[in-house]
Design a protein around this ligand. Structure first.
Ligand code: GSH
Length: 238
């Protein structure tokens, strides 16, 4: 059965967290909305046409299941793709970590849109500077320090131990996105979270992912996505 992934066609966005898991596992999947007809189907499915309509993409269809919310999709896919532990409490632990990553992703979005998605970045530049400043100074070390400690207490090399899970792939994506958005700041901030950087490096070398990252299926980061590079927001503080 081919998985169907529904996400906006021109950005990595939150769809990328799901895509990384599918690509890592070499799963058979289609990025449905990358064709015009598929895009229309995505909009129809959100409006009606399923008993479990999503508020926003990404969502995934696997046979009779239509699942929205990035963390819920990964919770479902994890065992199927061998990217989650079999043991229930360990699986819930990975889910908890993924939800914390989702919290961080929401804060990353708010660095450039602190007043909400209805206004353009250009209309909220000043609040965005204030928000980015405190995000870089306080929240990056708090989140990254937390993930770094988890790797330490698991015995490593990954977040929950010897085997990589979808949460490690998501941590990779967060580091990549932050490097794109805040290159000056991250150059310094990464020095104190060596275990997180090591997870990022290990994940990038996994065979399925390395091939994907080189392919044209991996869309570039841009100032349309969640991670945006605006030089004026990147303070270069470590
Ligand atoms: N909590 C959801 C958030 C989904 C979400 O915000 N999707 C964005 C794109 S990344 C969107 O299309 N939002 C439209 C909206 O909020 O109106 C998840 O993690 O999947």
């Amino acid at each position: 059965m081919t998985y169907e992934l529904f996400y906006w066609p021109e950005i990595q966005g939150r769809g990328e967290f799901v895509r990384l898991a599918l690509e890592d596992a070499g799963a058979d999947y289609r990025d449905v909305a990358r064709t015009r007809a598929g895009f229309r189907r995505m909009m129809r499915l959100m409006a009606r046409g399923t008993d479990t309509p999503s508020f926003a993409p990404p969502f995934l269809r696997d046979g009779k299941h239509v699942i929205g919310q990035t963390a819920a999709i990964l919770f479902y896919l994890g065992p199927c793709l061998d990217l989650a532990p079999r043991n229930e409490s360990k699986r819930l632990w990975v889910h908890q970590i993924q939800l914390t990553l989702a919290d961080m992703v929401a804060e990353i979005h708010d660095t450039h849109h602190p007043l909400g998605p209805s206004l353009y970045y250009e209309d909220q530049k000043r609040p965005a500077r204030l928000r980015s400043d405190s995000f870089l100074k306080e929240r990056v070390p708090k989140f990254m320090g937390y993930f770094d400690r988890l790797i330490g207490r698991s015995g490593g090399p990954f977040l929950t131990g010897r085997r990589a899970t979808y949460a490690d792939l998501s941590l990779f994506q967060v580091v990549e996105g932050l490097r794109y958005a805040f290159p000056r700041h991250m150059g310094k901030a990464e020095r104190t979270v060596g275990r997180v950087v090591a997870v990022r490096d290990r994940v990038s070398e996994r065979s399925g992912l390395a091939a994907y990252l080189e392919s044209d299926r991996r869309l570039p980061f841009s100032t349309e996505g969640i991670f945006r590079h605006y030089p004026e927001l990147d303070k270069g503080r470590g």
